[in-house]
Design a protein around this ligand. Sequence first.
Ligand code: NA7
Length: 552
Amino acid sequence: MASTQQKSQTIQPNDFDAVVIGAGFSGLYMLHRLREAGFSTRVYEAAPDVGGIWFANRYPGARCDSESIIYNYMFSEELYQEWTWSSRYPEQKEILSYLQYVADKFELRRDIQFNTRIMAAHYDEQTNRWKLQTEDGTRITAKYFITGVGNLSSSNIPKFTGLDSFEGAWYHTGHWPHEKVEFKGKRVGVIGTGSSGIQSIPVIAEEADHLFVFQRTPGYSTPAKNHPYDPEFIRQTKANYSEIKRQTRESTAGYLHKLMNDRSALEDDPDVRQREYQKTWDRGGFGFGRTYNDLLLNPSSNETAAEFIRSKISETVRDPKVAELLKPTYYYAAKRPVLDTNYYETYNRENVTLVDVKSAPIAEITPRGLKTTEAEYELDIIVFATGYDGMTGPLFKIDIRGRDGISLKEKWAGGPETRTYLGLTNAGFPNMFMITGPESPSALSNLPVSIEQHVEWIGDCLEYLREHGIETIEAKAEAEEAWSKHCREVAESTLFTKTDSWYNGANIEGKPRGFLIYVGGVGHYRKICDEVAAKGYEGFTLLSLSSRETIS
Ligand code: NA7
């Protein structure tokens, strides 16, 4: 009885102007932006605190590959001046502290309901409202439904036979325990050599008794060259706030890296090219991929960068057989390249063994370890660094249905044909917005820059609708078709579509293939979105329900 009374005292009205899913970078700013504009807004978050993927990704060595001074919000100069990053690449813990600081500064927590997973969101045409349902059956209604679920929050744990029988402990990098995992004296297996594997392997190797790395496809990794920030650098960065904000917003991918040479890699003689690659290699970071202007366009140019990295692997790894296994053969950067600290060096350690599971795949997990088609490995701990069902996966975890009960999953089931309008909206799903949805720059950009752009566009849009008495906004099917076609054409002109990766769904068995990201450039994309808004939301049907009249 007491608990029922307590519950009823804390019950909130469950009808809002806007409901936002997720309290990571996207959801936090969306809440702030809409609340400032006077919209009643509620964020639902499955985790017990803010942070999104930075709450969940606590694996050893987890850090961001974007430089900290640009991997943050730029909407508030006051916030930018107040917060000081410790080093070039922020650790998970520091990013999480930053987001907690943001939540406190803007008093966001009072409008976030934690520990609450939204299972379904259905559009009701009669009332023109979204009806949502939580895991415990609570019903919520809202005029606007906004997803801030991230691109990489749906873990991929391959269905290995026998996992249930494993007597040791196993973890996925994306759902790491909060207490420290003890590797000391343990035989550890890491499956996967993408970003999460490459970041965690050197750290686990330092502690474990023995580390087995189960590699299917080697990754291209270049040095991060992480270092603590000099106070003078921080002072200059803060003084340049406006310029940094402008540059990232107008850039190709939300970064500050300048193109080092605005020419093809093939225009330089091999010795000149070698020197140019060495320069960007020495600086560390993603700037290596900006050494020439055609690395993602021309296979022969790409090969020069790929070969440079392979030569570095040979120089670093003492055992030539291991070095050979670590050399990737696909197009450099067409699958997510990685930044590392001592990754290749780790294979010179006595306690590290590289196991090629391309030639001899993992057959099963046994009670005592892992069996490939060739050998059995005894393990105490298995780390799944096996990635995510990217882009669409997090959206599909919610049963989202638009007009006529059609689900987003059904709408997108046909693969890449006709997906979204601007990566923000979908025909058939009125008053719904996706922050960094498929077919926007999203995961191929520095995400906070793309998130801010979407949040501001959505915020401005809702204000416009309110000012003009518009009840419903919905993408037109033909606008959506044209946008999807444009996305595909831009992607087809690059090497991204010629390489299997999570960018095109190739990492998930049975997932329809299609390149899910807009690679036309962050600055260019912003202009397109702004023009759509300036033309009174071109490509959308705007409907005033009271007059039952279509406005455009
Ligand atoms: P990634 O980059 O998708 O890497 C996953 C790794 O796991 C990759 O090496 C996969 O090999 C490997 N994998 C997946 N399934 C298997 C099976 N069944 N057997 C063996 N190996 C397997 O995920 P991350 O978490 O590292 O990074 C995700 C993103 O986070 C990253 O792109 C950044 O944006 C941040 P494969 O290449 O498929 O052969």
